[in-house]
Design a protein around this ligand. Structure first.
Ligand code: AMP
Length: 591
């Protein structure tokens, strides 16, 4: 990025965040002017494009409410004027692996321009904090393209990340700025793709200045893969020949032009991998400045293990976005995952926020207090972007030019402050992911808080928690919470074993850290003792493989915080190596 572009990116950020109110009003005006006559909106607006009428008459909806309209478009009914006036260019395929089903989100030409604008602003912010890494070297980003799904209309449904990776502009800069050749990214076999991307990252280790993947689970999967396959990778580097099981022609062609016999490099990598894996990234890729990957929300559970490999490198959660639109960027990329807030940019989506009345757990002690003390009889009418209040949690609604009007994304966010006149939000969790065995509702954030408390007990034993998920077991009465944990021994473990006493204490600590209703129900024997099931190492990878085999995108995969599918539960249960229950009796539970 030339100096001018970098400065204009920062200038644009100032303009957008200073004039948020006017920009949001203007944007909504444009969306309504274009689309007021559509079949959907005319039911509520009768052809008018007035903002007050929009906020008064157009209902707040979930995907299921718009699905019949979207299905008609996907099934080939002329696309104009059902939900939006502009013709669609395709659909985004939402991952939906964080609680829901894959959804089809309409896409128009403009969508790509918005993403480009967001990227430019974000790049300017990153240059400000880390210098221009494009001038310094290459990125080893693990990228996976999921095949398109063709709808009966002929329009293709594509994961947002896949669309980005396949764009001609991205393809043009790939060889200069990234270590992964295009052929390895589009390889339909995830294992071959991963193997080759890591191989090429190792070969170009002296040039690598950034390592990443969209979500933290992807980066971790890469390091685990390397941990299991470094001998074979080194042997390929030593001989200059790629393993026979790499049969994908694109990957083989890429290897033939990059892979040369280099025994010196193979020795060096082998020497590093034979020793401690703590801080391995700095040793293998010494010029790396940061790990670029989303570590907030459901990804927070991966940070401990990532930090183990990173050796103190910053974990940068750069942006918050979804198939429904580009939403916000992190203006303080060096902040720790727990402290990350995203600044919303006001010019592509008209945002509204439904205040959440119940206690909302943020993962920051500074914020919890302000949330707990907020008035409980506050209005629950959606508020506009510039009218949100610091410390309050909201559910996000979007209205955009692709036919979504007052649409519930399903994410819960907390306001942490303002940048100029634009609010900044912490990601709290998915609204629809709840663990419940009776009338209580345990959110993703509740669970994360309890797990975070409990896992501190593992430190003295030399174990780290590398993955968790949960399940409401109602097969017996009363039902109880089952938390699956995958653990890994640290280098400093000294052969320590899991101590049943400590594990039981972890169960109790989780119970003490869960919300009031949970503890009250436990006391009343409406819920039975919480159980931790420790699973074999690699189980969470198998869970991911299963999801991917069911159509989830590898790039956008998120471990479900709560297991709903019978098959996924079977995968977990068949790999349990130990079970522990909370020893708490009803009477010694804290209220
Ligand atoms: P998808 O529609 O498949 O792209 O998934 C989008 C969802 O991923 C969002 O609605 C969030 O729930 C989650 N997500 C995206 N970005 C972040 C982030 N920075 N932090 C936490 N969760 C995120």
């Amino acid at each position: 990025m030339a100096t001018n572009d970098y400065e204009s990116g920062l200038k644009m950020l100032e303009e957008l965040t200073t004039n948020a109110r006017q920009i949001q009003d203007q944007l909504l005006g444009e969306i309504l002017t274009k689309n007021a006559g559509t079949e959907y909106l005319s039911r509520f607006l009768h052809g008018q494009n007035d903002k007050r009428l929009f906020r008064k008459n157009v209902p707040v909806v979930a995907y299921e409410d718009l699905k019949p309209y979207i299905d008609r478009i996907a099934n080939g009914e002329a696309s104009s004027d059902i939900l939006l006036a502009e013709p669609l260019t395709g659909f985004s395929l939402s991952s939906g692996t964080s609680g829901g089903q894959p959804k089809l989100i309409p896409v128009i030409d403009e969508t790509t321009n918005t993403h480009t604008m967001y990227n430019n602003i974000f790049r300017s912010v990153m240059i400000k904090h880390f210098g221009d890494i494009n001038q310094a070297g290459k990125r080893m980003e693990l990228m996976f393209v999921k095949p398109d799904v063709e709808t009966p209309s002929g329009l293709k449904a594509t994961a947002v990340s896949s669309r980005f990776f396949k764009r001609s502009g991205f393809r043009a800069i790939l060889p200069k700025l990234y270590t992964s050749p295009f052929e390895t990214i589009v390889c339909p076999d995830a294992k071959q793709s991963m193997y080759c991307q890591i191989l090429f990252g190792l070969i170009q280790r002296d040039e690598v200045v950034m390592i990443g993947s969209v979500f933290a689970s992807g980066v971790l999967r890469g390091f685990k893969f390397l941990e299991n396959n470094w001998q074979e990778l080194c042997s390929n580097i030593r001989t200059g020949r790629i393993s026979d099981w790499i049969t994908d022609s694109g990957c083989k062609n890429a290897a033939s032009s990059i892979l040369k016999a280099n025994s010196e490099l193979a020795d060096l990598i082998e020497n590093i991998c034979m020793k401690s894996w703590e801080g391995i990234i700095r040793k293998l890729w010494p010029k790396t400045k940061y790990i670029g990957t989303i570590c907030t929300g459901a990804m927070m559970q991966y940070t401990a293990e990532l930090e183990f490999y990173c050796g103190g490198l910053p974990l940068v959660s750069g942006f918050y976005g979804c198939s429904e639109g580009a939403v916000g960027i992190n203006l303080e990329p060096r902040s720790k995952p727990l402290d990350v807030s995203y600044t919303f940019l006001p010019n592509s989506v008209y945002f509204e926020f439904v205040p959440i009345k119940e206690e909302c757990v943020a993962n920051s002690p500074n914020l919890v207090e302000s949330v707990e003390t907020k008035s409980s009889d506050e209005d629950t009418e959606p508020v506009e972007l510039v009218n949100v209040k610091p410390g309050q949690c909201y559910e996000l609604l979007v209205t955009n030019s692709t036919g979504l009007y007052r649409y519930r994304v399903g994410d819960v966010l907390m306001v942490t402050g303002f940048y100029n006149n634009t609010p900044q939000f912490r990601f709290v969790g998915r609204e629809n992911v709840v663990l419940s065995v009776d009338l209580e509702r345990t959110s993703e954030a509740d669970l994360l808080k309890a797990v975070t408390e409990a896992k501190t007990l593992l430190d003295p034993l030399g174990f780290i928690l590398t993955g968790y998920t949960s399940y409401g077991d109602t097969s017996s009465t009363p039902g109880h919470y089952v938390i699956f944990w995958e653990l890994k021994a640290k280098e400093s473990n000294n052969g320590n074993k899991l101590d049943p006493k400590v594990m039981e204490e972890c169960c109790s600590r989780m119970e003490d850290s869960l919300h009031f209703t949970y503890r009250m129900y436990r006391r009343e024997n409406i819920i039975a003792a919480l159980e931790i099931r420790v699973v074999k190492q690699g189980t969470f990878e198998e869970l991911m493989d299963y999801s991917v085999s069911q159509g989830a995108s590898l790039s956008q995969y998120k471990t479900p915080v709560c297991i709903k599918s019978k098959e996924a539960l079977e995968i977990l249960n068949s790999r349990v190596i130990a079970k522990f229950f909370s020893p708490k009796t009803q009477l010694n539970l804290l209220l």
